[in-house]
Design a protein around this ligand. Structure first.
Ligand code: ADP
Length: 636
């Protein structure tokens, strides 16, 4: 018998398998079961039109046999089998494995991930075996053949005795090593767990003889003797066969969905919502998605990995397919089962797969409309959901240059001055006062701190509602939106805030002009921290406030400068110290300016410090500030 050489690519792949240090070697079982299942499918479909097949639909099965002594694991199917030529062709060549192409292009990269994510079909058997034999008899053939290989050196094919149609793959499991306990692949519990994990939804039964111990009933008079056990062997079906997502919706209870979710996606709480859809047409797939009630502990860290499980005809091909979810919906858990994807598709090919893109697109729409529905018919649940994941949605608005803002803007909620409750942008605009053409917002650490901002008073006085932005990302998202429903957003601390009427405005302008020297003197004492000083008509009771000119607010300055790497490149908001024109301090400043320039400088610094504190930032020079206050108190 001649030993044949593997085709060169196959040999490389085989080497990779044999020497694999990959930690999830267990996926070999999934691969072999999938092959067996495909073979069963082929013969099953043939049996529908060809009586010669002679196998009843229910008799198609996959058997697993374990033999600890012989160290063998057999995967047996009564599917279509392979002829001598097919054994040679299919197992001697690596046909079309996308993962292999990927590997070649990225030779220097770690192969570890590639193996785990996609499987490399039949060859993965060599990760756990030092010899593999495949005995097969093709349907309609009069002879059976045995393919055998102990690795990269080559393989042999010889006739063998196998009366039934189908295939027996025998793995000679490697000896246990220090690093790897191969013995586990001979353990019935482990194998049964692996079938459940990866192949539960294969539509043919996967059966295995299971041996358990049963206590032997004691004879009379023997009550005190040590208990005795006997082995009981039964044939068990290891897989449940029908995937939950393939069942009709009305056959599934809420509890079944919840249990499935908790078990599969490791949550202790029921999901907030379930989306179960089946789509046929351009892309044929079923999807079962869950919106969790709470964020996983690592959700807002970079360890978190988004993605849906991806199945191809009931076989898990990828545990976290990130391409199926946009970042802003990364909280969604679930799975997609598609008829159109090949089992051995590589990540690289997957990214370019138009089917997958199509699926991702329709799923995105479904998720969005489910969230909108939840907001509408279960506001409390939505608000809880938003507390957990709202930040992600706001990042979504801001990221990618605002590309997704239209998708996301109606899902946002903010607290506001109207009630201490969440309001959506739509609700805000709908209840805007007549004549109001701007959406007002204010930023701060908490609602309470925002309410203390002097600028809020005047806006509220006019009867306008203010959105309270308390998270770092908020103002960036709002700026990205720019407007909503044709209404512009404005920060109440922006110098463009304009609540005064024309007459008042004119009067103020004159006053500001007249006091130019006073303001210049004040600015000089305060220094570069501010761009200018002026009177304002928008403050109610407070003497001073800080507003910002240009695009960057004081809040944004804080956020940007706290980001990693910001130390060398500090952002500076352009600040204006505004003085309440109607406050007694306005007049006082004018008198002091005329009498005592030095004193004016001190007043200016004190007022600036006060404005800083009330805006939620720190006093630039606390020691100097404390001295000035003491001096003032002593002289009073
Ligand atoms: P893939 O399954 O992606 O084609 P594999 O390397 O797993 O790649 O298998 C190669 C081929 O060998 C299969 O396409 C199939 O034609 C054949 N094959 C493998 N296992 C079996 C089996 N149990 N019965 C019949 N044919 C099989």
């Amino acid at each position: 018998m001649r030993t044949k050489q593997f085709k060169s690519e196959s040999k490389k792949l085989m080497d990779m398998m044999i020497n694999s240090i990959y930690t999830h070697k267990e996926i070999f079982l999934r691969e072999l079961i999938s092959n067996a299942s495909d073979a069963l499918d082929k013969l099953y479909f043939r049996s529908l039109t060809d009586n010669a097949v002679g196998i009843a639909p229910d008799d198609f099965e996959i058997r697993i046999e374990l033999d600890k002594e012989a160290r063998t694991l057999k995967i047996i199917d009564n599917g279509c089998g392979m002829t001598e030529d097919e054994l040679d062709q299919n197992l001697g060549t690596i046909a079309k494995s996308g993962s292999f192409t990927f590997k070649q292009e990225n030779e220097k990269q770690d192969n570890v991930d590639i193996i785990g994510q996609f499987g490399v079909g039949f060859y993965s058997a060599f990760m756990v075996s030092d010899k593999v034999t495949v005995e097969s008899r093709a349907f309609g053939a009069d002879e059976a053949f045995c393919w055998e290989s102990s690795g990269a050196s080559g393989y042999t094919i010889s006739p063998c005795d196998k009366p039934e149609v189908g295939t027996v793959v025998t793995l000679h499991i490697k000896e246990k090593t220090e690093d790897e306990n191969y013995d586990e692949y001979l353990d019935q519990y482990r194998i049964s767990a692996l079938v459940k994990k990866y192949s539960d939804y294969i539509r043919h039964p996967i059966r295995m003889e299971f041996t358990t111990k049963e206590p032997v009933e004691k004879k009379e008079g023997d009550e005190n003797a040590a208990p005795e056990y006997r082995d009981v062997t039964e044939l068990r079906t290891l897989n449940s066969m029908i995937p939950l997502w393939k069942k009709a919706k009305n056959e599934i209870t809420e509890e079944e969905y919840a249990n499935f979710y908790k078990e599969k996606f490791y949550d202790y709480e029921n999901p907030a919502r379930v989306i179960h859809t089946k789509t046929e047409g351009q892309a044929t797939y079923s999807a079962l998605l869950f919106l969790p009630k709470h964020a996983p502990f690592d959700y807002y860290t970079k360890e978190f990995e988004k993605g849906l499980q991806l199945y191809s005809k009931g076989v898990l091909i990828m545990d976290k397919c990130g391409d199926l979810l946009p970042d802003y919906f990364s909280f969604v858990k679930g799975l997609v089962d598609s008829e159109d994807l090949s089992l051995n598709i590589s990540r690289e090919m997957l990214q370019h797969d138009s089917q997958l893109k199509l699926i991702a697109k329709t799923l995105e729409k479904k998720i969005k409309s489910e969230l909108e529905k939840m907001m509408k018919d279960d506001r409390e649940a939505y608000e809880n959901f938003f507390k957990a994941f709202g930040m992600q949605l706001k990042f979504g608005v801001y990221n990618d240059y605002g590309m997704h803002k239209d998708t996301l803007q109606d899902l946002l909620l903010f607290h506001s001055s109207a009630e201490k409750k969440y309001v959506s942008l739509k609700e805000y605009v709908e209840r805007m006062k007549e004549g109001q053409d701007t959406i007002y917002y204010a930023c701060g650490e908490t609602d309470e701190k925002i309410e203390m901002l002097p600028q809020c008073d005047a806006v509220k006085d006019k009867g306008f509602e203010i959105l309270y932005l308390t998270e770092n990302v908020d103002e960036f998202a709002i700026k990205m939106l720019g407007e909503y429903g044709g209404k512009k957003f404005i920060n109440v601390c922006d110098d463009k805030l304009d609540l005064t009427d024309e007459e008042e405005k004119k009067a103020l302008e004159e006053k500001n002009k007249a006091c130019k020297d006073l303001f210049d003197a004040m600015k000089e004492s305060i220094g570069d921290q501010i761009g200018s000083v002026r009177f304002t008509g928008t403050l109610k009771n407070h003497p001073v406030c800080i507003t910002s000119e240009g695009g960057i607010s004081l809040e944004m300055e804080k956020v940007l400068n706290s980001m990693p790497g910001a130390a060398e490149n500090k952002v500076k908001a352009q600040l204006v110290l505004e003085i309440n024109a109607n406050h007694p301090i306005a007049e006082k400043l004018q008198t002091v300016f005329e009498k005592d320039r030095e004193q004016l400088g001190k007043y200016a610094k004190l007022l600036y410090a006060e404005a800083c504190l009330i805006s939620g930032t720190t006093v630039p020079d606390p020691a100097e500030h404390s001295e000035l206050v003491c001096e003032l108190l002593t002289n009073a």
